[in-house]
Design a protein around this ligand. Structure first.
Ligand code: AMP
Length: 215
């Protein structure tokens, strides 16, 4: 199972992929997390910080190299879920050269929902798990349920940067649904409510994967 989660920032890609990966026994690979972990890299750290902090796309040569290295690791041999990659057509073409994708889950979420979610989102510094102070509260305030790490608000979840990220998504990433639709591998999943519990969406996605004969 080689799967991509497509959808705007705040659509739930990371939240759902991190729960579905273990159910299917495949890793959840987020290029946002991989790039955040490389922010202190002596060669590319400065460039990564610049683009992440302003809501733009990190240059393709850096992102593609990071992704290719991760996909080449042993645990990804049997499959993976990509979250946040590809984000433009050149990245999708680069991916085609490395591997064959069999399923694309396209999360269809209105702007008002993603803006509401992103502005109250928190992420674990240690394991990257996503929470929300309004809609997906941790059991203990400021502490990750999964690993006990501290939660923080990402700089790019501030209103000015959210706007840039949504523009970036519309311009470069949303055309990718058509890129994959031509191959007949896209499953659309609508989510119109800001506070739908992740477990409900995860069940819906799993059901849909079964109905489409993917699992
Ligand atoms: P995310 O965690 O997926 O919201 O990504 C956070 C930020 O990391 C994005 O706004 C980009 O600056 C950068 N990023 C993540 N994935 C990619 C990608 N595939 N291509 C370029 N930049 C990326």
């Amino acid at each position: 199972m080689k799967m991509i989660f497509l959808g705007p920032p705040g659509s739930g890609k990371g939240t759902y992929a991190s729960r579905i990966g273990p159910k299917l026994g495949i890793p959840h690979i987020s290029t946002g997390d991989l790039l955040r972990a490389a922010r202190d890299d002596p060669e590319h750290g400065k460039t990564i910080r610049h683009y992440q902090d302003t809501g733009g796309l990190v240059p393709d040569e850096i992102t593609i190299a990071v992704l290719e290295k991760r996909i080449g690791q042993n645990d990804a041999k049997k499959g993976f879920i990509l979250d946040g990659y590809p984000r433009n057509t050149p990245q999708a073409q680069a991916l085609d050269k490395i591997t064959d994708i069999d399923t694309v889950i396209n999360l269809v979420v209105p702007d008002r929902v993603v803006i509401a979610r992103l502005s109250s989102r928190r992420q674990c510094r240690k394991c990257s798990r996503i929470f929300n102070v309004l809609y997906l509260k941790p059991k203990k305030q400021g502490i990750c349920d999964a690993c006990g790490g501290g939660l923080y608000q990402r700089d790019d979840d501030k209103p000015e940067v959210i706007k840039e990220r949504l523009k970036e998504y519309e311009k470069n990433t949303s055309p990718l649904t058509d890129f994959y639709r031509k191959r007949d591998i896209v499953i659309d999943m609508a989510c119109n409510s800001v506070d739908i519990p992740p477990e409900i969406m995860v069940d819906k996605i799993m059901k849909s994967l079964k109905e489409h004969g993917k699992i």
